[in-house]
Ligand binder design. Structure first.
Ligand code: ADP
Length: 700
């Protein structure tokens, strides 16, 4: 099937041709046959790089009305937004929380790109554009199986189909064990394929050799390992150097941020990388004759030009974007063409790493597994050094699906003749092969019955008017992936329990004499459910019920506190102690200092340490509140990051969450008709200092 046969505008067809797309890839042709351009529901479970974006675009361009593209991660939203904006004659909006189009404009766009959370929030807030949708595309639908995001996604899909009856649903999935279940649930045609534009071989490394699944082998020259060297790391270094020598780029996956940084420091010592990318011995900026000579035979495919190595330039760009310790380590590594990527990196540095990699200014990124699910960074060779991860209690093996996602990054279309993924298994190659190479990925399983998810979503379906009775809630739950997968599970008892919990929190009113046994004096008929004013606010503010209940408690405590004790720390302490705050880590040495700080400021907090259910998390909340307070008082990000040993990216996300939760607390105070105004004022101060920081950075 050819692009010229597609039922899209001539301008779009021209645009495709200009970007090198003439003939559809087989899975794309199969999606068209399945009716993706005729409004049919389609689930495409196909590998990375097999052209899912085009399938989505065909659905959205041929839909008779506006389309919504749901992404799991903000970083992906930006990427998709930019690529859809290139389509001629199409207007695109974005709703993710950071570069948002104004809410009222979203209704006028042909395509809206949004995270599932933003769509959920738009539905709860009654956004009218939702009902107008003709097409919904869900990217990475296999994330239905993830603990928090999954339930949000399935409830969102179930409610979207009600709000916009007949809407076309196109779901894009990695190859998983049960795509047929997802397709059946969505009443969709299934397109399933393992076809890839660039072939991929996956192998297991042990004792100097890689054995690939196609039967081929690769001998790897790993120098003798010293007593302080790690075998896996040395093998990874050799595998990366080998691919770089061959003109390829690599991704190396490890289990933690710290490992990503230390592997990067190790790889930066590799002569192959130093020579190609710059800052290595004798390869500095002032190039001599030998450099010029080598420049002439530079491997331009690799983007590294020996006469003008990209390393030093890139290092300067990294330093310009912030002088934190992490930034300095990154700058040193990129001098030699090595980058690292993890959630602790500032968003500026993260996007710089991604674009430098795409421009082939670095040869390798050392990353935590989050990169595998994220942005588009294909590699000649993917090396997975760590196949286990610390969960806070123990080391557990990575899910097969996650490892396959990492491996799937291998093979850059139009650049590599093939892609290679190598799993480093220094200890037990047989077991690694069996688990990750021979066997398929896990099935996707609904996580909806997680108590916390059910509480959140039950409140929201009642508050947003989708259900006004237990029966109504059950009807909606019936349309979820969970009900599809477990038709025999009786959710009725669970719904009663959750209704009682929400009613105990003051968020839900349950009609008299009902099975929840929680007659709250209302005259409403048995089984009737309605959100209280507080419940409605909690749902609209998009905080968890527990967060809402705790913030209400904090507002009431503040009302009874002497005015002199109510300070910014009071508001920050309260929001940082909610389950919607990301946790932080408390070092041993730090613990005493934070405890001292907490004692000094005890009168300002809404909870005393002995009232806290969990002393350790209470201390963490104090630490976070202190960090944000110092930020508001003008502390530089570099100082905070160093002093409290958090990543620059963590600081960004803590500040953002605090702003959101302060807003929610203020809205709850309003709902309570309370005079408490400290949440609003701290939120304003926080916004002002964040703007001031932006200004400070923009100044040359
Ligand atoms: P994924 O399935 O991972 O989302 P993409 O949609 O990003 O993959 O496609 C990967 C690359 O393949 C893109 O660079 C895209 O332009 C290119 N591509 C997609 N379809 C075709 C095609 N039919 N012919 C040639 N190149 C294509």
């Amino acid at each position: 099937m050819f692009v010229r046969d597609l039922p899209v505008s001539a301008a779009v067809r021209e645009q495709y041709r200009a970007s090198g797309i003439e003939e559809l890839y087989p899975p794309q042709a199969a999606a068209v046959e399945a009716g993706v351009t005729r409004g049919e529901n389609v689930v495409a479970a196909i590998p990375t790089a097999s052209g899912k974006t085009l399938i989505a675009e065909l659905a959205m361009l041929t839909a008779e009305g506006p389309a919504l593209y749901i992404v799991p991660l903000r970083a992906l939203a930006r990427e998709k937004y930019e690529s859809f904006t290139e389509l001629p004659g199409v207007s695109v909006g974005i709703s993710t929380g950071d570069f948002d189009s104004p809410a009222e404009e979203l209704g006028e766009e042909d395509i809206v790109v949004a995270t599932a959370e933003k769509v959920d929030s738009a539905i709860r807030n009654g956004a009218s554009w939702v009902a107008e949708l003709a097409c919904v595309v869900v990217d990475e639908v296999h994330l239905l199986g993830r603990p928090r995001r999954g339930p949000t996604l399935e409830i969102t899909l179930a409610t979207l189909q009600r709000r916009a009856p007949g809407v076309q649903v196109v779901a894009l999935s990695a190859t998983v064990e049960n795509p047929d279940a997802i397709a059946d649930w969505l009443d969709a045609e299934l397109v399933e394929s393992t076809w890839r534009p660039v072939s991929l071989r996956t192998g297991v490394y042990a004792d100097g050799d890689v054995e690939f699944d196609d039967g081929s082998t690769l001998a790897v020259d790993v120098p003798p390992v010293g007593p302080n060297d790690d075998r896996g790391t040395e093998a990874t270094a050799a595998l990366v150097a080998d691919a770089v020598d061959d003109g390829g780029q690599c991704l190396a996956f490890v289990r933690s941020r710290r490992e990503a940084e230390s592997l990067a420091a190790r790889l930066a010592e590799e002569p192959s990388l130093q020579e190609r990318y710059g800052g290595g011995p004798g390869r500095g900026a002032g190039s001599d004759g030998a450099d010029a000579e080598r420049g002439a035979e530079a491997d331009t495919e690799n983007g590294a030009d020996a006469a003008d190595p990209p390393g030093p330039r890139l290092a300067a760009a990294v330093r310009e974007r912030g002088g934190t310790e992490t930034g300095r380590r990154l700058a040193t590594a990129v001098e030699s063409g090595v980058a690292f990527h993890h959630a602790g990196l500032s968003s500026d540095h993260r996007s710089l790493v991604e674009s430098a990699y795409r421009d082939r200014e670095v040869g390798v990124i050392c990353a935590t597994p989050t990169l595998a699910a994220g942005v588009n960074v294909p590699a000649r060779r993917v090396v997975v050094r760590d196949l286990e991860r610390y969960t806070g209690e123990e080391m557990t093996p990575l899910p097969v699906l996650e490892v396959h996602q990492m491996c799937g990054r291998a093979g850059r279309p139009h650049l590599d003749p093939y892609g290679e993924a190598v799993l480093v298994a220094a200890d037990d190659p047989g077991a690694v092969r069996e688990r990750y190479v021979d066997a398929g990925p896990e099935a996707v399983e609904s996580q909806l019955t997680e108590r916390e998810a059910l509480r959140t979503h039950m409140l929201s379906v009642v508050a947003s008017g989708f259900a006004d009775s237990k029966r109504g809630v059950l009807d909606l739950l019936d349309a979820t992936f969970f009900a599809f997968q477990s038709p025999d599970v009786d959710l009725s008892g669970l719904v009663d329990e959750v209704a009682a919990e929400l009613s105990g929190m003051g968020l839900l009113a349950v009609g008299g004499g009902n099975a929840a046994g929680d007659a709250d004096g209302s005259d409403a008929p048995e089984g009737a459910l309605s959100a209280t004013d507080l419940g409605a606010t909690v749902s609209r503010q998009y905080v968890r019920p527990e967060t809402g209940a705790r913030l209400v408690e904090a507002v009431r405590t503040i009302e009874s506190m002497p005015a002199a004790d109510v300070t910014p720390l009071t508001a920050l302490g309260a929001v940082c102690a909610t389950p919607d705050t990301r946790g932080t880590y408390l070092g041993n040495r730090e613990r005493a200092a934070i405890y001292r700080y907490a004692t000094q400021h005890a009168a300002e907090f809404t909870t005393a340490p002995d009232e806290a259910a969990d002393f350790e998390s209470w201390l963490c909340a104090v630490k976070l509140a202190r960090i944000i307070r110092e930020w508001i008082d003008g502390a530089a990000p570099e100082t905070l990051v160093e002093q409290y040993r958090i990543g620059p990216g963590d600081l960004e996300s803590h500040l953002e969450r605090a702003a959101w939760l302060l807003g929610a607390a203020d809205a709850l105070a309003d709902t309570l008709d309370s005079e408490v105004s400290v949440f609003a004022s701290v939120r304003e101060d926080l916004a002002a200092s964040t703007d001031a920081e932006g200004d400070r950075r923009r100044r040359p």
